[in-house]
Design a protein around this ligand. Structure first.
Ligand code: FAD
Ligand code: FES
Length: 336
């Protein structure tokens, strides 16, 4: 099979099979690449093509990667496959502690409908999986392509992996989970992927904004931080459409009761008028604008639908959060 050489600064070089993305080849070689979504949505994998040629697959979000970027010789390594040997300029991450990406066969041990729109799936892995709270895994399900991504909803430290799966009308995974996934079934996963999550030993206040199942990685991060007694103050704003879509509220209440470091509030955007809900109504970004007034020195962690993230960023910047301290995990649909 044809393979090309991808040369990075500092003399690092990896071999990339024809048709494979630069990012996949570099991750497989263990390089600490910057990236998150692996699908053209975040631009965190951006690099400068110094020499050689690549073919770009469709899917780059023009909101984050533009024609001007291309004219400047920039590429998204997750979408580009080399068509010759290439040389790249890219700032690698500190890779000392990046967990190894692996593919493994797990066993389903729980499938539970936890709200009108969310099913929680717990997997038992053959051994403890090294990952960081906030990372995601690829589900490799026969007959469903491309592979779908789901974030671990529990912190690392055991053989169990929990996922919160949102049910979309016509969703291939959602349908499979709802109708055909049972305890004892095998499920192939690959990962962990991404760099979303709290940085170890960072004690700055954290503003977390979660939309829908965007709560999943945030739960893992909060559980990890509270268990480690990080002392980090965490304020979570959680948005859902209706009361019937909320889940894991008892877990959030338990954290808030046990730790002065954690507090949360909920906004419902489509709760019917006249219902018993007496909390905030409207979008979670509206709740952010109405309730959080000072972000100086804080970090923000946003997870959920891209429009929610795009709406939250300017609000956070306006209250003083440094743009470099705004971290986002965009739950984009798979590019079917
Ligand atoms: C890094 C990352 C982590 C993710 N983690 C999670 C997670 O923990 N939990 C979770 O529920 N989802 C998560 N997602 C989103 C999830 O991967 C997609 O929603 C996926 O497409 C769902 O697959 P499906 O087969 O159920 O629906 P599909 O068959 O892919 O889609 C069915 C229909 O629903 C629409 N749709 C699907 N997903 C979305 C969406 N996110 N927003 C709006 N419309 C959509 C599609 O456009 C299509 O019309 C994550 C996405 C990324 C990129
Ligand atoms: S755009 Fe390439 S990893 Fe997100």
């Amino acid at each position: 099979m044809t393979a090309f050489t991808v040369a990075l600064q500092d003399g690092k070089a990896v071999s990339c099979a024809a048709g494979k993305s630069v990012l996949e080849a570099c991750l497989a070689a263990g390089l600490p690449m910057p990236y998150n979504c692996r699908s053209g949505e975040c631009a965190e994998c951006r690099a400068v093509l110094l020499s050689g040629s690549v073919e770009e697959s469709p899917g780059a979000d023009p909101a984050v990667f533009t024609e001007a970027d291309r004219r400047k010789g920039r590429i998204l390594t997750c979408l580009c496959a080399p068509t010759s040997d290439i040389a790249l300029e890219i700032v690698l991450r500190d890779g000392a502690s990046a967990p190894r990406i692996e593919r493994l066969s797990a066993t389903v041990n729980r499938v539970e409908r936890v709200s009108a729109s969310v099913v929680q799936v717990a997997l038992d892995c053959p051994r403890e999986i090294a990952y960081r709270a906030g990372q995601y895994f690829e589900w490799v399900v026969p007959g469903i392509a491309p592979n779908r991504y789901f974030s671990a909803a529990n912190p690392p430290g055991g053989t169990e992996l929990v996922f919160d799966v949102r049910l979309y009308p016509g969703g291939a995974i959602g349908d499979r989970v709802r109708s055909a996934l049972s305890p004892g079934d095998p499920l192939e996963i690959a990962g962990p992927y991404g760099h979303f999550g709290f940085t170890a030993n960072d004690h700055r206040p954290a503003i977390c904004v979660a939309g829908g199942t965007g709560l999943a990685p945030i739960k893992a991060m909060v559980a990890d931080a509270l268990a480690g007694k990080s002392g980090r103050r965490i304020r979570l704003l959680y948005g859902a459409r209706r009361q019937e879509d909320l889940y894991d509220i008892a877990l959030l209440d338990g954290w808030a009761a046990r730790s002065a470091d954690f507090g949360y509030a909920i906004a419902l955007s489509e709760e019917p008028d006249g219902s018993a809900w007496d909390g905030p109504r409207g979008t979670v970004t509206g709740l952010l604008a109405d309730t959080v007034f000072d972000g100086f020195g804080a970090e923000a962690f946003l997870c959920g639908p891209p429009p929610m993230i795009d709406a939250a960023v300017p609000i956070l910047e306006a209250i003083g959060v440094d743009p470099d301290d705004i971290h986002a995990d965009r739950f984009s649909p798979a590019k079917v």
